[in-house]
Write a protein that binds this ligand. Structure first.
Ligand code: ADQ
Length: 453
């Protein structure tokens, strides 16, 4: 089997004497890595004097992790600037939050060229290269420029907006041209694939673009949840609820996740459905991410104020409606919290997939499952038909969704959960990775077959 070369912005390098880093891409690719030799290349997460240099290599089993540092300047331009300050809002349909600066655009493309030049000497002729996410739109072209002839696939973890929105990106056609150096492009959903295909065709490129919705290892997460629910943190949480129903939100602190709208939705529930007052608790866990981007600091302040206001307006001497935590909670502990929750509240304004929604479903007790209240703008809404879908722009609709979830009889909850868990088991993380790689292999083989005819 050909060696797999993964490229992503961050690389989950295992650290000795630490528990393996769980979560994100490392979990999704676990089985793909277990079955083949792999090189995983990307940024070390460290800044130094210069970008690039000899990659640091760590080999564990069949996987070698190769990482390079970024200069402080490139971190600011490529990562904080163009990737997080321009592309992230644009791709999440939030052009009003995007800021374009020519020097950041240049820095972004320079870092991708440095990635390609450092990676190229590590490549073997029959490697299969799989590039991940919007940090690396120009990478395939930079690799080709450096002489790489290998098959290259690309997966976009976030949404791709409709063409008129994308066209707001100055020089956006250059990124499309560079992306067109890939042999196959994967997106989370069919509408994302259609948007990206249209943008590519409009710029004169006809690369295969297909949806490959990312999955989770549902059995593994269920085992984790079952174990964690007996642990100390889960028992403390259950005891502290005093029989109240738990509504749980778990996110990175990011404006795409719709957190202020979610808190307003909860406030609307307490106002419009007074029977739930004193009977429910919202626990929102949202550790700070990208704290060096201004918009994220503003969001944090807004949420602090909103949570305080709701507790001030509705709280009682023995009831705090909103528990708001920006501290990180370990993933296994969160799995236990999902299992305790009566409602999983996942209301992003726009999300490529949203794996928290899938993890909530996977963590439930089959005999007494909770209900997912899910934004219709999360990629996961396509698959999780048992969820109550809400438009996150309307706090009253979120409140109605919450009320429906809270009063839903067990038989209905079980019926919905059985449908959703079946989908999760079928569209697993392993199926996602193997599906993409098999499609990439087929595309690579087509010209050969055509030539043989
Ligand atoms: P994210 O925007 O980070 O990922 P999401 O899919 O919700 O979003 O979460 C990814 C992983 O991070 C999940 O395993 C989740 O459990 C974990 N996570 C989220 N919040 C956490 C918290 N507070 N504490 C601990 N762990 C937390 C991007 C895209 C998504 C897409 C994923 C995968 O934005 O749309 O689903 O990539 O493709």
């Amino acid at each position: 089997m050909a060696r797999l070369v993964i490229v992503s912005n961050r690389v989950p390098v295992p650290r000795p004497r630490e528990r393996p880093q769980a979560g994100g891409l490392a979990v999704a690719l676990k089985e793909a890595l277990a079955t083949r030799e792999t090189l995983w290349f990307g940024w070390s997460g460290q800044t130094g004097a210069a970008t690039g240099g000899d990659p640091a290599l760590v080999t564990v089993g069949q996987t070698t992790y190769a990482t390079i540092d970024l200069s402080t300047e490139d971190y600011r331009l490529y990562y904080t600037g163009f990737s997080n300050g321009m592309l992230w809002p644009l791709l999440h349909y939030r052009m009003g939050l995007a800021e374009f600066r020519r020097e950041e655009w240049d820095g972004y493309r320079r870092v991708n060229t440095a990635f390609a030049r450092t990676l190229k000497p590590l490549l073997r002729a029959d490697d299969v290269i799989w590039i991940h996410d919007f940090h690396h739109f120009p990478l395939a072209a930079a690799l080709r420029e450096a002489g790489a002839k290998q098959r290259i696939g690309f997966f976009l973890h976030v949404p791709f907006p409709p063409l008129p929105l994308y066209q707001a990106l100055p020089q956006g056609n250059i990124l499309l041209r560079e992306l067109a150096s890939c042999d196959l492009i994967g997106t989370q959903t069919a509408p994302d694939a259609a948007n990206l295909r249209e943008a590519l065709r409009g710029a004169g490129f006809d690369v295969p673009v297909r949806p490959f919705p990312i999955g989770i290892d549902a059995e593994d997460f269920a085992r984790e949840a079952e174990k964690a629910v007996r642990g100390q943190d889960a028992r403390r949480l259950t005891a502290s609820l005093s029989g109240r129903a738990l509504i749980l939100g778990v996110d990175r602190l990011d404006y795409s996740k719709g957190l202020p709208q979610r808190l307003r939705g909860f406030a609307s529930l307490l106002r419009r459905f007074p029977e739930h007052r004193g009977r429910v608790t919202l626990l929102q866990v949202a550790p700070v991410s990208r704290g060096d981007v201004g918009q994220y600091r503003t969001l944090r302040r807004e949420l602090d104020e909103l949570a305080g206001r709701i507790n001030g307006d509705h709280g009682d001497i023995d009831w705090v409606p909103v528990r708001w935590m920006t501290r990180a909670v370990p993933r296994p502990t969160l799995a236990g919290f999902h299992r305790i929750a009566r409602v999983g509240l996942v209301t992003p304004m726009r999300d490529g997939m949203n794996l928290v929604a899938k993890e909530f479903v996977a963590a439930q007790d089959p005999a007494d499952p909770g209900v997912l209240v899910l934004s219709c703008f999360a990629g996961a809404a396509d698959e999780l038909r048992g969820a109550i879908l809400v438009n996150p722009h309307d706090p009253d609709e979120i409140a109605e969704g919450l009320n429906a979830a809270l009063v839903m009889p067990t038989s209905e909850r079980r019926k919905r959960w059985i449908d959703d868990i079946a989908v999760l088991r079928q569209n697993s993380a392993a199926a996602w990775a193997e599906g993409f790689l098999a499609a990439l292999a087929r595309i690579g083989a087509e010209p050969l077959r055509a030539g043989a005819r």
